[in-house]
Design a protein around this ligand. Structure first.
Ligand code: ADP
Ligand code: MG
Length: 724
């Protein structure tokens, strides 16, 4: 379907919009978590003793005994079957960042051929998905391809309802036969445990006597684009790679800022409500939704939850966004940069740590200088960002996100931490060995009697920082929209654990030497700031001066591409970090490098192949047709003795030749073999392939300006972004 037909179809569908009308609004109370086998449902279904046992395991993370598992499995099956479910699936989260499933029926037949259903505790606890089909980075050779999934009782089971039936889904971990982590959940759980252990140590040194288990929390803001499905179907690049490899910038892009916070288009609102109803059924607290900067770009932010549950929910949310889009005649694009020159999509990962006894340890309260626990935890984050900037960069690294990071819309590829003026002032005074809070509570008073005054936030926002303190949490702003939040959470929890261990050791020495708590904390933090304070930056992260200062004066790493960043996983400091905290063994870490490198290379090579196909079979034919039209016109006019200006014909001919030359260069590059190490192969993709692809695109986009609209084979940016 060419661009023109796609345009007609799209307009027809939109004007014929009844199809997209939402069903009757359902009350939140009725649908909230109705498809989740949560504690409330367990309490209803289980004997008191069993319920107490499972509740304790969920709260403390302790192991579950076989008897309890048996009872929970039976209750889970009954509940699911009462809702018409016949299949169950262990859901797991491989290293590639996707969600994977293995489905099985409850049904078995007895020896007389009668139907019986079965779901013993052993099937709930352990599954065995076909091992070798997931990337394992060398952790499993084919002759030991076994992989296991194991139930994670801390993330509740749920029913996934689709038009084609429903399935009981059980969140699980995924490991090799040897017990190596093959997923993102195992290290996330381990990182949380490491953080809990280190944090508890610090808190008890600080004299806290009652300390509940510490947990990390995450609230992720998800940006996405919606494009009419008719357009996407006409664009092999969008369908296969998730981004447009061609397309000239529209006359009107986001320059007017009129989309952001404007009214949500009707059809999109119906879609959002449909998505949100499904999220509510699954117990996912969708809270905020609005338009984003670019036309056709939107955002959703669920309310924050425990990191492990939030990570599973985030994966589920992305799945639901994609599936629901189909029903509304849309394609939901989660790619970080679907449209060149138009704002890309990120996923801000808001993160805090706390427990039920001390509360949120990243909440400074109204007098931060008096909140010693806060100062220590926040200091630990500063040290972590300084020591592990490259690792944070890895956590945000993907072929797609490279199109954002370092460009002038998204956070830079240099990791610094933004604290806001008040906190920065406090840590500055700590550098001098003092503990002063120079700031005063400031009141917003507009001088209008009808508008009540309110207390201003302690710091303004800084949109140019990749890692910013935002009042009671840190916001990891560099993460890509398509990425799993587990990677960033693992990194943040682990670097925090490491820094809290460092703090605990120092604090212990200071306190043992007879210092009082405040003096000891100031001494520890003074040392910390002297060595790591250079990671704190409150200025403009986009500016050229910062790039120079960060690298040359502060010694921070600037890693513009994934190819530059991933080798950090092989550095001693990162190996030591994961080994000492017990989050990843050396082998597990090495396998992660392999998998991430492989995914990166594969993504770019696939894009290159699609690009060649489209240039040859779609754009080249359009160009030659237009040239022969023009040439025929020129000949006809010459016959009539009328002048013909051949500027356009010549321009099209030149651009077509440019494109063809670059296409054949790209073909030659793709045919090259023996790329050497993975590091070299990644650099080859980052430099040679991508720059040749840019050359093709430059010529093709210039052709789009010249060639007749009815001959152009692809829906344009203008159509895709504005027809909704
Ligand atoms: P923004 O102003 O950054 O766009 P939003 O309200 O869209 O803010 O999103 C903020 C996200 O941060 C939400 O998911 C919210 O639940 C989450 N959040 C709020 N407080 C915390 C916290 N203490 N820890 C983790 N996440 C939090
Ligand atoms: Mg935000």
């Amino acid at each position: 379907m060419s661009g023109n037909y796609a345009r007609l179809e799209a307009v027809q569908q939109i004007t014929n919009g009844k199809k997209y009308q939402t069903s009757k609004p359902k009350s939140l109370k009725k649908i909230w978590a109705c498809d989740v086998f949560n504690l409330a449902k367990m309490e209803e279904a289980l004997a008191k003793k069993t319920f107490k046992a499972i509740k304790k395991c969920i709260k403390t993370g302790d192991a579950i005994d076989a008897e309890t598992a048996e009872a929970v499995a039976a209750a889970m099956k009954e509940w699911a079957m009462s809702k018409g479910v016949k299949f169950f699936s262990h859901v797991f989260y491989p290293m590639t960042g996707v969600t994977a499933e293995k489905h099985d029926g409850f049904i078995i037949a007895d020896s007389d051929g009668n139907m019986v259903t079965e779901f013993p505790g052993s099937l709930l606890i352990k599954g065995e998905p076909d091992g070798s089909s997931f990337p394992n980075g060398g952790l499993r050779v084919t002759n030991s391809a076994r992989g296991y999934t194991a139930w994670d009782p801390t993330s509740p089971a749920y029913i996934m309802q689709t038009d084609n039936g429903s399935t009981l889904c059980i969140p699980t971990t995924f490991m090799s036969w040897k017990g190596h982590a093959l997923d993102k959940k195992i290290p996330l759980l381990r990182s949380n445990a490491a953080m809990n252990k280190a944090g508890t140590k610090v808190l008890s040194l600080m004299g806290e006597t009652e300390i509940a288990p510490l947990n990390s929390s995450c609230g992720a803001e998800q940006e996405y684009f919606l494009v009419d499905a008719n357009f996407a179907a006409a664009r092999p690049d969008l369908l296969i790679t998730g981004r447009t490899l061609f397309g000239k910038s529209p006359a009107k892009g986001q320059e007017f800022d009129d989309h952001y916070f404007g009214a949500i288009p009707e059809r999109v609102q119906v879609y959002m409500q449909d998505v949100e109803d499904q999220l509510y059924r699954l117990g996912i607290p969708a809270k905020t939704h609005h338009n984003e900067v670019a036309p056709a770009q939107f955002e959703i932010a669920p309310y924050f939850e425990a990191a492990n549950v939030a990570a599973d929910h985030q994966q589920l949310l992305m799945t639901i966004f994609k599936l629901t889009a189909k029903r509304h005649g849309f394609v939901c694009l989660l790619h970080e940069k679907p449209f060149a020159g138009i704002n890309g999509s990120g996923k801000h990962v808001n993160w805090s740590v706390g427990n039920s006894t001390q509360g949120n340890l990243l909440d400074p309260g109204s007098t931060p200088a008096e909140n010693l626990n806060f100062l220590l935890f926040c200091g630990a984050v500063i040290r972590g960002v300084h020591l592990h900037g490259p690792l944070l960069r890895v956590a945000a690294a993907s072929a797609g996100n490279d199109h954002r990071l370092g460009a002038n819309e998204a956070p830079p590829a240099i990791f610094s931490v933004y604290l806001g003026a008040q906190l920065e002032g406090i840590y500055d005074s700590i550098k001098e060995g003092n503990l002063d809070d120079a700031s005063e509570v400031s009141i917003m008073d507009l001088g209008l009697s009808q508008i009540p005054t309110f207390v201003k936030d302690s710091g303004d926002r800084n949109r140019t920082s990749p890692f910013a303190f935002t009042g009671n949490r840190f916001e990891f702003r560099a993460v890509g929209s398509e990425q799993s939040v587990a990677g960033p959470l693992i990194t943040m929890n682990t670097m925090l654990a490491d820094s809290l261990n460092w703090i605990a050791a120092k604090l212990e020495t200071e306190l043992a030497s007879g210092s009082d708590k405040t003096t000891a904390v100031v001494a520890v933090l003074k040392d910390l700031m002297a060595n790591h304070g250079q990671a704190v930056f409150g200025g403009d992260g986009y500016s050229a001066e910062w790039h120079k200062e960060a690298v040359e004066e502060r010694g921070l790493a600037n890693l513009p591409t994934t190819a530059d960043a991933l080798p950090a996983l092989k550095s001693d400091i990162v190996k030591e970090l994961f080994a000492s905290t017990g989050v990843l063994t050396a082998e597990e870490l090495a396998s992660r490098f392999e998998v991430y490198a492989e995914v990166y290379i594969l993504k770019i090579e696939t894009e290159a192949k699609i690009m060649i196909d489209m240039a040859k079979t779609m754009i080249y034919p359009a160009a030659t047709r237009y040239m022969s039209d023009l040439a025929a016109t020129a000949a006809g006019m010459r016959e009539l003795g009328v002048d013909f200006d051949s500027t356009i014909l010549n321009a099209v001919a030149d651009l077509t030749n440019d494109m063809t030359t670059a296409v054949s260069q790209l073909g030659d590059l793709l045919a090259e073999e023996n790329h050497g190490s993975e590091e070299d192969h990644m650099q080859f993709c980052a430099t040679k392939l991508l720059s040749t692809m840019d050359a093709i695109r430059t010529a093709a986009d210039a052709l789009e300006v010249e060639i007749a609209d009815d001959l152009w084979p692809l829906p344009s940016y203008h159509e895709m972004l504005n027809i909704k």
